[in-house]
Design a protein. Structure first.
Length: 154
């Protein structure tokens, strides 16, 4: 009888895990659909619910970071991206997202560092190259502006 009971507990726990995974997938899908429609309130609600189911899910954390970034809450976005980085198997995504935040904060050298980390992990990751190139161009333009400004002192 004990073996049968253990088997029933095992089966019940298996279905609980499957159900939780299905619920997580549904929540992430709903969050993505809401995000694509610029319904960030609904998206964030779905992501926060997903976070309760699986607190170490990098997709959930990444999504929360994207919403915070949209609202220009950059410190919160950075925190979510760095937390996602701890659990991600595709770290080039988080590095690129971090590079993007630092680019938006006009911390171009830091942005370039993060884009380079992404490229080092995946040298086929186009988004990292695009971000790095944009940050390098912006950095170069700022240097030209400073050089022009300094001309008046010569």
């Amino acid at each position: 009888m004990s073996d049968e009971l253990d088997l029933l507990y095992y089966i019940a726990n298996f279905f609980k895990r499957v159900n939780a995974k299905l619920k997580l997938m549904e929540l992430l899908s709903n969050a993505k659909k809401a995000y694509d429609k610029y319904d960030f309130i609904s998206g964030k609600e779905a992501l926060l619910e997903a976070l309760q189911l699986e607190p170490r899910n990098p997709v959930t954390l990444r999504g929360l970071g994207c919403i915070e970034q949209y609202y220009a809450r950059f410190d919160e976005a950075i925190n979510y991206y760095k937390l996602a980085l701890q659990y991600s198997t595709k770290k080039e995504i988080e590095y690129t997202l971090l590079g993007t935040v630092y680019y938006m904060l006009d911390k171009l050298d830091t942005a370039i560092e993060y884009f380079n980390m992404a490229i080092k992990l995946n040298d086929n990751y186009t988004e990292a190259y695009e971000g790095r190139n944009q940050a390098m161009l912006e950095n170069h333009l700022q240097i030209i502006d400073v050089q022009e400004m300094l001309k008046k002192y010569f």
